[in-house]
Design a binder for this molecule. Structure first.
Ligand code: PMP
Length: 391
């Protein structure tokens, strides 16, 4: 039986981690793995999370099962941050906890498919797991171009995709801090997208995995709120893994807006059934810690301060890159106006290899870099290396 299986290609980023670990050079730079790093190169546990975890240790009195919806205190505490005032829009938005943003994306597309969606429009390049999930559930992908060559959003491409969509289509949009390009729609572009979605009647799924890492929690929610206000029905996939630094605890949530409370209930009876068959219920610990933070004003303030520090550090790195202007054949200026952890450099796979071999700089073969891997100590070396291999 098992001889019927064929080997799958190894995950390229995991292979990169191994190569980086085996490199003895002291000044090697890891721009591959998608986690935040401090100016010292660490990915520490947030102080707010540590304190919340301590409270859980002291006060949690049971680890008995929750339902497939997970910790609803967590799910509801997040809603004002994502949806703003009137977070349920008069009882038309509800959510459930999922294993990370990945679980939320998986649930959103599987449920959309169950509701009759046959094809999903998506800007490319995108987070590679989007296409993998679609392949796994056999939902057709209709790609459109996400970013222009000068590092801006290709608004014409997304509007054309919406305009040409069929009745049984849906569209997936990144809420903020686009992975991998860092290229987000401006507020005005979101307004146009929201209007186009509403007039076409196209069903949107908004994937928000980095709220607070672009321009701020409120600013980064503009797109998702604008879309949800414009359309009668939508899904949102949300991850807390980056903005609370709880990556391995798998903290996410799935939200739906429906036309009315009755339909919303039916949506969640289906979402619960899908979750039950896939993972039964989400892991509790990280979501519980986030709930403890969001229900406590002091811990919330501590979390917001930590998030500000992260965002400001990434802005400083981006500004420093933009100031460098052109390095070899690479224009670094667009990186200054891009958002979040990632940007894509216009380098060839051969140049990526040269950066690794000659300079100890590790990045994805696509040219994606994690800007949080750069520090004020290694950034000049990085810029010089880009000039060297592309000049
Ligand atoms: N969506 C996007 C766009 C992402 O970049 C990621 C994480 N890399 C996720 C979803 C999933 O996040 P999580 O680690 O919470 O599963």
């Amino acid at each position: 039986m098992l001889e019927n299986l064929t080997s799958q290609p190894p995950d390229a980023l995991l292979a990169l981690i191994k190569m980086h670990a085996a490199d003895p050079r002291q000044d090697k730079i890891d721009l591959g793995v998608g986690v935040y790093r401090t100016g010292q190169g660490d990915t520490p546990v947030f102080a707010a999370i540590k304190q919340a975890e301590q409270r859980l240790v002291d006060q949690q009195d049971s680890k008995s099962y929750l339902g497939p919806e997970g910790d609803m205190g967590f799910v509801e505490a997040l809603m004002p941050y994502i949806f703003g005032d009137d977070p349920t829009r008069g009882g038309r938005i509800q959510g459930m906890q999922t294993p990370g943003g990945t679980g939320a994306v998986r649930l959103a597309v599987a449920l959309a498919q169950k509701a009759g969606v046959e094809r999903l429009h998506m800007g490319t390049p995108s987070w590679p797991n989007h296409a993998q999930i679609l392949g796994d559930i056999a939902l057709e992908l209709a790609p459109f171009n996400h970013a222009t060559e000068d590092g801006r959003a290709d608004i014409d491409a997304v509007l054309a995709a919406i305009d040409g969509a069929h009745e049984t289509d849906a569209i997936l949009l990144h809420g903020c801090c686009h992975n991998p390009t860092g290229v987000d729609y401006t507020d005005e572009e979101w307004d146009r997208i929201a209007e186009a979605l509403a007039s076409k009647g196209l069903f949107p799924i908004v994937d928000t995995a980095y709220q607070g890492l672009g321009h701020g929690l409120e600013e980064d929610a503009h797109g998702v709120r604008r879309v949800l206000d414009a359309v009668p029905e939508a899904f949102v996939a949300y991850s807390c893994d980056k903005n609370f630094g709880v990556y391995r605890d798998r903290v996410g949530a799935f939200y739906a807006k429906a036309k009315n409370a009755d339909e919303l209930e039916t949506v969640f009876s289906n979402a619960n059934a899908l979750a039950r068959a896939a993972w039964s219920m989400p892991p509790d610990h990280g979501g519980a810690a986030v709930r403890v933070i969001l229900r406590d004003a002091d811990l919330t303030k501590l979390w917001l301060d930590e998030l500000d520090t992260m965002r400001e550090r990434m802005r400083t790195v981006r500004e420093r890159l933009a100031e460098a202007g052109v390095a070899g054949s690479v224009d670094l200026v667009p990186l200054g106006r891009q958002n979040g952890l990632f940007s894509v450099l216009p380098v060839t796979p051969e140049q990526v290899k040269q950066l690794r071999e000659d300079h100890g700089i590790y990045m994805a073969g696509s040219g994606r870099i994690n800007v949080a891997g750069l520090t004020m100590t290694n950034i000049d070396k990085f810029i010089a290396a880009i000039a060297d291999v592309t000049g």
